[in-house]
Design a protein around this ligand. Structure first.
Ligand SMILES: C[S@@+](CC[C@H](N)C(=O)[O-])C[C@H]1O[C@@H](n2cnc3c(N)ncnc32)[C@H](O)[C@@H]1O
Length: 154
């Protein structure tokens, strides 16, 4: 039974070679951005979390942050769940469905002021113009502490 569970888990854990290559640099950048706030517990929303590799690494490096991963795709959310289970990550919440092109009121019911940080890595350049537009609008209106929109090298 345990063996079957592990097999199913491994199947849903997607692997992005790019995420494996760039997570360390991204962690360093985020740690720099959040350094001043590390004395308190923060809440970070990640848009377009993809496989979940990044959010798990971020959680391991920045335990003062509670991470809310999200993605529009079920396959990605399944992968994120599998990473959470496999790593027993305590500060990563279960992933939610979130379409970043929707108005922020529809962002998984998250209250407007609940996010201290919003992170989007390699999302905007692959998304429709509408997504980029809404993302930037949210950035101006949200009043959250930090918004980190990153495009990495391939
Ligand atoms: C290129 S991948 C990047 C994944 C991850 N952030 C990384 O850097 O490894 C883009 C991700 O954004 C998600 N995505 C695309 N359009 C989206 C939207 N409108 N709202 C939320 N997620 C979206 C895709 O499902 C995919 O997982």
């Amino acid at each position: 039974m345990l063996f079957l569970t592990r097999l199913t888990q491994a199947k849903t854990m997607l692997l992005s070679p790019q995420a494996e290559r760039n997570w360390e640099d991204l962690c360093t950048m985020l740690e720099d951005v959040l350094e001043d706030q590390s004395h308190r517990q923060l809440f970070a929303l990640e848009l377009g979390s993809g496989t979940g590799q990044h959010v798990i690494r971020f959680a391991q490096k920045m335990p003062f942050v509670t991470w809310q991963p999200s993605d529009i795709k079920q396959e990605s959310r399944d992968s994120i769940k599998a990473y959470i289970n496999a790593t027993h990550a305590k500060t990563v919440l279960q992933p939610v469905h979130l379409d970043a092109s929707e108005p922020w009121e529809k962002w998984a019911g998250l209250p407007r002021s609940s996010c201290d940080v919003i992170v989007a890595i390699n999302l905007l350049q692959y998304s429709s113009f509408k997504t980029a537009q809404v993302g930037l609008l949210y950035e101006q209106e949200s009043g959250c502490l930090e918004e980190v929109f990153v495009k990495t090298d391939p």
